[in-house]
Structure formats: C-alpha cells, structure tokens
Design a protein. Structure first.
Length: 295
C-alpha cells in the first residue's frame, strides 16, 4: 500500500530479559520460546483489529484503529503470557506500551511521534506491565480507564514536556499477580553499583543515590565534564531508574547493546553495564560507574 497519514494507536510488546533467556536456555530453546511467544502476540493483535507492522528481534510492533482495541489486545497478551513457560518451566514476561497519535504508515513500517512515545512507554514498563500515556488513557472507554493508575510524568526523548504515564492493570490483586507469574509480583529490586573501590547496593534498605562532581553527592565523579549534580538513581516500585540532570549528558552501555546517551532523560537499569558522565565511555573510562541489577 502507498504511504498514508492517519491517527493510529501504536503498540510495542517486548519480551523481558530475552538476553538472559539465551544464557539460561541455550540458543535453540531460547529462540523457540521467543518465536512461540511472538506468534501468540501477533495472533492476539490481529484478533483485536490490529495490524502487525513488523517483528524487531524480541518485540512486535503493531497498530490499532482505536485505544480500546490496543488496550484489550495488551491485556489479552499478558493473560496468555502468564501461562507460558520455558523448557525449564520458568515464566516468560512481556512488557508493553501503547500510545495514540498521527502516524505515517506503509506496508512495512510506521513512523511518527506516536511510535517514539510508544517505544519509550514500553521501556519504562517492567515485565508483566502495560504502560500508556495520559492522552491515550483518556481515550479509553470508562471500564478500561478505570483499570489505569497514574505512574507520574517522565522525560521522553524528542518531547519538550514530560509525558504523563499510566499503567493499565490486567489482574485484580497482588495475590493474582504472584500466582500468575513471579516476574510480575513486586519483588524487591536490587542494583549493585561499583565506582572504583566503592561498592553500594540499592534495595529495600536504601532506595536512592546521587552522583556528580559536588562533594555532597553520594558518589563523587572527579571528571570536569560531569555536572555538580549530574544524576541520581532511585527505586520506583520493582525497578531502579537512572535520571540525568546534567549539561553534557550521561552515556549508558548495557551488556550486549550499543551505548546510548541520556540528556535530561531517564533509563531503567536492567542487566549489567556501565555509566559514563559527560562523555562516551571510550573517551575516558576512568570515572565509570558499573551496575548490575537483580530482579
């Protein structure tokens, strides 16, 4: 089909911790698990009037005509995922984000601000969660809107103003969450941080840490490109988030992925990696902060 411009609801559904699946199951079993789960996601999207645009590694990109269709598909995906198990009888978790807005659509892809926002919403969601924007939540029917809860506003790359985020709940109680999937239950998150000889663990006992050039910070970054109050890490529910406040930006590398730059933005710390302050890691690896997160 030729390129068309219209309002759509863009949805990303991403398998959580797929890298760990390959390590845990081996390549063949992990690939079979991922393929099986993505096939379920694509079938559900079609069943709820969606169009599957493409598969990107371990995630599916789909578009829907209205917010209710996307929300119902997201809920159904989570309900089906909580029944999925790997060959070693461990759960498989999916995190989902969707957002409505103008798009440019063709046969093989979809473009526009709505795609960017939907992708960032998905990144903020933990395994077993569904995130949407306040704008899209307002478009939901009353019954679905009643299942949303405020997750505050967050910085999204390319947006001048923070985006207000809402979680769409798909089970009715924490007991159900625990019974359905250990990945969805709000287990205490932990992240181990290493800076030179200093080691700090954030978790239940300590949930926040500041970083920067000023000596008042919990971790002092002795780099002239770092800002005085450069960034902080805080716990939000069952995850830890790195928040950049700096002038020059924060560079983050997660194992197995390309280095990314945060500029007044936020990133959920998942897996293992390192953080550089004011410049890329390759430019000067001396003042790096290593992290390892544990679900």
């Amino acid at each position: 089909m030729a390129s068309t411009t219209r309002n759509l609801v863009v949805l990303f559904a991403d398998i959580s911790g797929s890298t760990k699946l390959y390590e845990f199951l081996g390549n063949s079993d992990a690939l079979a698990t991922i393929d099986r789960c993505l096939a379920i996601v694509k079938r559900v999207c079609i069943d709820f009037d969606g169009r599957v645009v493409k598969t990107i590694g371990d995630e599916v990109l789909a578009v829907f005509p209205v917010a209710d269709s996307a929300a119902q598909a997201a809920i159904e995906i989570q309900l089906r995922m909580c029944k999925q198990r790997t060959s070693r009888d461990t759960p498989v978790a999916m995190h989902i984000g969707f957002h409505s807005g103008p798009t440019i659509e063709d046969e093989t892809d979809v473009f526009g601000d709505a795609v960017n926002v939907a992708a960032r919403l998905t990144a903020f969601a933990a395994g077993g969660q569904i995130f949407t924007s306040a704008q899209t939540a307002a478009e939901l029917s009353p019954a679905l809107r009643a299942r949303t809860r405020d997750q505050d506003s967050h910085t999204v790359r390319g947006k001048e103003q923070d985006v207000a985020m809402f979680e769409l709940t798909w089970v009715q109680s924490e007991e159900e969450l625990t019974a359905m999937s250990p990945r969805v239950a709000l287990a205490p998150a932990k992240v181990k941080l290493t800076h030179g000889a200093l080691e700090i663990e954030l978790g239940e006992a300590r949930s926040r840490l500041t970083l920067g050039r000023d000596i008042a910070n919990d971790v002092v970054i002795a780099d002239r490109k770092a800002s005085r109050m450069h960034a902080h890490i805080e716990r939000r529910r069952d995850k830890f988030v790195l928040v950049d406040h700096s002038s020059n930006g924060t560079w983050v590398t997660v194992e197995g992925r390309p280095e990314i730059t945060l500029r007044r933005e936020e990133l959920i710390l998942r897996g293992r990696g390192h953080v550089s302050f004011g410049h890329a890691f390759a430019d000067d690896p001396a003042e790096v902060l290593a992290f390892a997160s544990f679900d």
